[in-house]
Ligand binder design. Structure first.
Ligand code: CA
Length: 226
């Protein structure tokens, strides 16, 4: 079942929603503050986040921006602010959907099912193919032109992240957040080193790239060679 985290400071709402979703078979964790929620997002890697906008330590909108800088996990905003402007503002900064308080667990669950359908959660299990690269995320195996690649776990995670977002420049900061789970720490040098090892295993160099292209000052992107 899908992993959900609930970031909500109201004890009663948090308990009701967590229990209600757990009853429906979801794997639920909850956080009472924005900072706790952010840490949980990185450690738990949920498939959906339910985010209360009125949090004690940080405005939910600020938190949403921080979440979006490190993750594209679907976020459903739970808001007491039912005026249109604030809802539009939340959707603008990357919320996928919203529920207005008071809401029922049934309503929230319907929204969760809808966002999971939209992101095609099942689709992520299919192997990712880019050019001659094939990455089986379920089996954690990768091949290049049919030959198995002998990758370390971090190299595999790095390759998978770049392949999932093939054609898109991924920043080293995002890589640190996704692969090393260090959204606000860690050294970009770590990423550089692993990239160079990965390049070697793919039989290419930074000077003569095929799949892995550095975009200076921005990040790196994986593309199928022409
Ligand atoms: Ca609140």
């Amino acid at each position: 079942m899908a992993k959900v985290i609930i970031i909500e400071d109201d004890v009663e709402i948090r308990r009701l929603v967590a229990e209600g979703l757990a009853d429906k078979g979801y794997d639920v964790d909850s956080a009472a503050s924005a900072m706790e929620g952010l840490e949980m997002l990185v450690s738990v890697r949920p498939e959906v986040v339910v985010l209360d906008l009125g949090l004690p330590d940080l405005d939910g909108g600020e938190l949403l921006r921080m979440v979006r800088s490190i993750s594209d996990v679907p976020v459903i905003v739970a808001t007491a602010r039912d005026d249109e402007d604030s809802v539009v503002a939340m959707l603008d900064v990357g919320a996928d959907d919203y529920v207005v308080k008071p809401f029922s667990v049934a309503q929230l669950e319907a929204r969760i099912r809808a966002v999971l359908r939209r992101v095609g959660r099942e689709g992520h299990r299919a192997p990712i193919e880019v050019g001659g690269l094939r990455i089986d995320t379920a089996a954690r195996e990768a091949t290049l032109d049919g030959e198995p690649l002998d990758l370390t776990p971090k190299e595999f995670d790095l390759l998978r992240l770049l392949a999932e977002r093939a054609g898109e420049v991924v920043s080293k900061r995002e890589i640190l957040a996704e692969v090393w789970r260090e959204p606000y720490g860690g050294s970009e040098r770590t990423v550089d080193v692993h990239l160079s090892w990965l390049r070697k295993k793919l039989g290419e160099t930074a000077q003569r790239p095929r799949y892995l292209h550095t975009v200076h000052g921005v990040g790196v992107k994986l593309v199928a060679p022409r």
